[in-house]
Design a protein around this ligand. Structure first.
Ligand code: HEC
Ligand code: HEC
Length: 440
């Protein structure tokens, strides 16, 4: 695989170490970089850069803090089960976890790595994990789709009640639904108008406390210093694909891919909403529309894909991808809306997912879902199946996609939308759109 050389004023390399407690954590350490202020007097802030290969090229993370400190509590065991934040938010896997990464950890540790814990890594906290074969079965949703069990309850004043539970693992109750979700990346967080798939956390510091308690079984809250260091680390991270196998460096010849230009990207809640909304949400690869030379085919495909994402209209009401994914060059929703694509409808259920039957008191109707989503926060029937619109950077490093990992590849994502909205993409449009998504 071809990795472009470091640019002027930037250099990066990583190394793997074992954690100090002897807990085998896969850590990729950034080497401190002091970017010479000479060439970029107005961009004097030092940035650390991590790079990792993925199937379509290389991903890079920049930190505006200038350093990604391996001693930060984000990388340390913060509870009683050996878990650290990095256990589920690995820089090499786009700051989440992938099934391939989970399987590699399973094989080297015989399923005993701290990722594999029954509180939320297995299909049920009561699953048998006494032998390696039992563990392979208990952790199968993690190994196959990178899913973590989130135990959530229905709010006390909800408009709906849980009428029936069909949990293949016999654990879920009305007071603790087993919901299987993908860890969201702990990077590019500045572009998120809400925290968690259902927006249930209101601030990163409280989120970190909850994560230490629920995932790492910490018996005490994080100290103020630990919380501040975790939030400061997360908030300074920017991650994007930096190199593509068929287009080369994604920040070359006028293009603005990679994490550097993300650090300067304007964002505020509602930045691209309302009457003045600009559908040209992504403008990273416009200069490649007429790319020349050896890499021209790959570059032009990415530029065409960007235009399709921005403008290709489909039902209903001439919506395009960029209508929901409207945050400039980030792809989250700048207003923090929650949307249902129908992904958790019981009709799309696979037999390995629990299904909940909800009865809506007022409307008298019944809804069947694998994940009520936003409705578990608001208690409203109309919010069943709604999720936040996630940021769309560094996608190539972190398949599978959607809250439940139901799309194994970007091809599957595009296929899903094509069917969901009866878009009728041509084969060429699909290929271009996928090339663009890979380059993000
Ligand atoms: C066992 C795996 C696991 C561990 C360990 C873990 N997380 Fe997470 N993280 C998740 C999952 C799953 C989600 C999505 C949950 C949801 O939306 O309901 C998530 C979501 C997040 C988000 C939300 C990102 C966004 O865009 O909304 C942040 C921030 C985060 N985690 C930070 C942390 C921190 C800090 C720690 C360590 C204290 C940590 N996580 C430990 C699995 C984990
Ligand atoms: C109606 C609003 C809407 C439209 C239109 C839309 N999306 Fe999405 N997108 C979402 C929501 C909401 C999610 C999260 C859904 C979930 O997981 O339940 C999402 C998730 C995704 C993801 C997965 C990201 C991840 O981290 O898992 C990708 C990739 C994506 N969309 C690409 C596209 C493309 C390409 C188009 C156009 C063909 C598009 N979206 C159109 C709302 C929309």
């Amino acid at each position: 695989m071809r990795t472009p050389g470091p640019e002027v004023g930037e250099s990066a390399f990583g190394t793997r170490v074992a954690d100090v407690q002897g807990v085998t954590l896969r850590l990729v350490l950034a080497v401190l970089l002091l970017v010479a202020a000479v060439a970029h007097a107005h961009h004097a802030a030092p940035q650390a850069v991590l790079r990792d290969a993925n199937a379509s090229g290389v991903i890079a993370t920049a930190s505006t803090a200038g350093v990604i400190d391996p001693a930060n509590p984000f990388f340390q065991s913060v509870g009683r089960n050996g878990r650290a934040c990095v256990s589920c938010h690995d820089p090499a896997e786009g700051w989440t976890i992938t099934p391939a990464g989970a399987r590699a950890r399973f094989e080297t540790s015989e399923g005993l790595d701290p990722l594999f814990r029954t509180n939320d890594g297995s299909v049920s906290p009561r699953a048998d994990v006494s032998t390696i074969e039992a563990r392979r079965s208990a952790y199968r949703l993690l190994l196959e789709r990178g899913l973590i069990r989130v135990g959530l309850s229905v709010p006390a004043d909800a408009e709906f009640s849980v009428d029936a539970i069909d949990d293949p693992y016999g654990y879920a109750t009305a007071s603790e639904l087993s919901i299987f979700r993908r860890p969201l990346p702990t990077t590019n967080l500045r572009f998120g108008a809400s925290i968690m798939w259902d927006g249930r956390e209101l601030a990163l510091d409280a989120q970190a406390d909850g994560a230490a308690r629920d995932h790492a079984l910490s018996a005490r809250p994080l100290t103020a210093d630990e919380r501040a260091r975790i939030v400061s680390l997360e908030s300074g991270l920017y991650t994007a694909q930096i190199s593509d196998n068929s287009a080369g460096a994604l920040d070359a010849d006028g293009a603005r891919g990679g994490p550097r230009s993300l650090t300067d990207q304007l964002f505020h809640p509602g930045i691209n909403a309302g009457a003045s909304a600009d559908r040209a949400v992504f403008s990273l690869f416009t200069p490649w529309a007429n790319a020349r030379g050896r890499l021209a085919p790959g570059r032009q495909a990415i530029a065409r894909g960007e235009a399709i994402f921005n403008h290709r209209a489909f039902r209903p009401r001439g919506v395009s991808c960029s209508t929901c994914h409207d945050a400039p060059n980030a792809g989250s929703n700048s207003s923090g809306v929650f949307v249902s694509l129908g992904l958790s409808d019981a009709g799309l259920r696979t037999p390995d997912m629990p299904v909940y039957t909800l009865r809506c008191a007022k409307a008298g109707g019944v809804l069947r879902t694998t994940d009520p989503g936003r409705a578990l926060v608001t208690g409203r029937c109309e919010d069943v199946g709604k999720f936040k619109v996630p940021t769309l950077r560094a996608l190539a490093a972190r398949a599978p996609y959607f809250h439940n990992g139901s799309a194994a590849t970007l091809e599957d994502v595009v296929e899903f939308y094509d069917r969901r909205f009866s878009i009728g993409f041509t084969a060429a449009e699909r290929a271009d759109l996928i090339a663009f998504l890979r380059a993000l």
